[in-house]
Design a protein around this ligand. Sequence first.
Ligand SMILES: [Fe+2]
Length: 253
Amino acid sequence: MKGIHRKSIKLAGAILTLGFCCGITLSAQNQLSTINPIQESQHNLSLNGNHYQPVQKEKIMPFKLMQLPYSKDALAPYISKETLEYHYGKHHQGYVNKLNALIDGTPLANKSLDDLIKNESGNIFNNAAQIWNHNFYWHCLTQANSNKPEGSLLKAIDKKFGSFDEFKKQFKEKASSNFGSGWTWLVKDKNDDLEIVNTGNAGNPMTEGKTPLLICDVWEHAYYIDYRNERGTYLDNFWHIVNWKFVEKNYEK
Ligand SMILES: [Fe+2]
């Protein structure tokens, strides 16, 4: 009887040990099954059968060249198709390529263009701001020009500058005096007060808390094919292709 009793105790112990081990295994499986998609992504894991395995992270270039809102010959004769091919297709594309190369594999690859402009400096700021400025410039132009703004924007221009013609005169003077490469802007401040400002190189008035309404690119690459060194003629013809509906929306935001 004593022998049978000892065997019973050993069998019970074995069952308990087996149950304990199974419990740990089940517990571990439950933990794996509770990894949510976000955690999975953070740990760069993928479910393959019952096992999580590392996956090759797909290379994503965060910024792409925007699509033009019109054809490349739409702004002719004031801005030619050839200028669009170089300005948009080479210069603008170049800023996109350079920024992507600079931020590839860094935490900055997850940032927005606005974040990079407001918080970065040097080459990253320069290329990010040039992408933003050119995006804005293309949207400020159109073949369906309405000659002048309307509504609250026209009232604000009249109030600030005296008349629309006087605004155009002051804008041209400001753009003509922008030494070297840069941009000329119509902006509004926090009180909706209008101002014409110049920025050099890739400068953007958002860094000073101002809201861009209208932009004119006065880098030579914007006009040299069509106007050579005649920036003034480029500026005179700029008014034929301003998208005032877009500028009005920027003011009313
Ligand atoms: Fe440009």
